[in-house]
Design a protein around this ligand. Structure first.
Ligand SMILES: Cc1cc2nc3c(=O)[nH]c(=O)nc-3n(C[C@H](O)[C@H](O)[C@H](O)COP(=O)(O)O)c2cc1C
Length: 195
């Protein structure tokens, strides 16, 4: 995290510019959850933050084998894109988890990433990382997001994350539906208002 050094060399009202890593996880590159993520990114970049995207749906990441070789403190026996992602998380001030709602939970692509946190569980917990959650779902029931938000909040508690908020996009079943909702604007506003 760096203080923004204004053009005159003076600090710009103490605004903290963050390195934000967005972990996307939909097989639809141009789909609903990534649309919400792009709006968040637009707001965050306007606010002066540096945003990079990691696409877990395209990455070579495998499920945790549960072998315990890492002893929850690395290295992992599997040599795939997770090593690079861990380094990117270490350099980040904030991680945004982006997912379509799949059977009321994270996409498998994102859950694989989360399970692989096992090999640096303690280190991750000590980082007190800022995080946020962005979800797109088809349904609009009052209970549609209950499970995924509870799961995310439990991770926040367990991994000592500093939660910055959730965009729980109901009625976001495809891109035209998503554009008709208030969620793209909400995602932009969340990115824009980060401190
Ligand atoms: C395997 C699968 C499971 C899904 N499960 C749910 C669900 O539990 N609730 C829901 O509202 N939508 C569900 N959907 C719909 C997607 O969440 C929705 O279409 C979303 O917009 C997809 O986002 P994306 O374009 O970012 O992939 C599911 C879709 C798939 C393919």
């Amino acid at each position: 995290m760096t203080l923004d050094d204004g053009a005159d060399g003076a600090y710009d009202k103490g605004v903290m510019n963050m390195k934000i890593l967005m972990v996307e996880s939909s097989p639809h590159k141009q789909g609903s959850s990534n649309l919400l993520a792009a709006e968040f990114q637009r707001g965050a970049e306007e606010a002066g933050h540096e945003v990079e995207v990691f696409d877990a749906a395209k990455a070579d990441i495998h499920p945790c084998l549960g072998c315990d070789y890492c002893g929850m403190a690395g290295p992992c026996v599997q040599k795939d894109d997770m090593e690079g992602l861990k380094d990117r998380i270490r350099r980040a001030d904030m991680v945004v988890f982006v997912t379509p709602l799949y059977y009321f939970g994270f996409s498998t692509q994102l859950k694989m990433v989360i399970d692989r946190f096992y090999s640096f569980n303690g280190e991750l917990t000590s980082m007190h990382l800022k995080t946020a959650l962005i979800v797109a779902a088809w349904d609009s029931n009052s209970w549609t997001m209950e499970n995924i938000s509870a799961h995310y909040q439990t991770l926040v508690k367990y991994l000592n994350f500093d939660d910055q908020g959730m965009i729980l996009g109901k009625g976001c079943g495809n891109v035209p539906m998503t554009r008709r909702t208030e969620y793209p604007r909400a995602a932009y506003e969340m990115g824009r208002s980060l401190r």
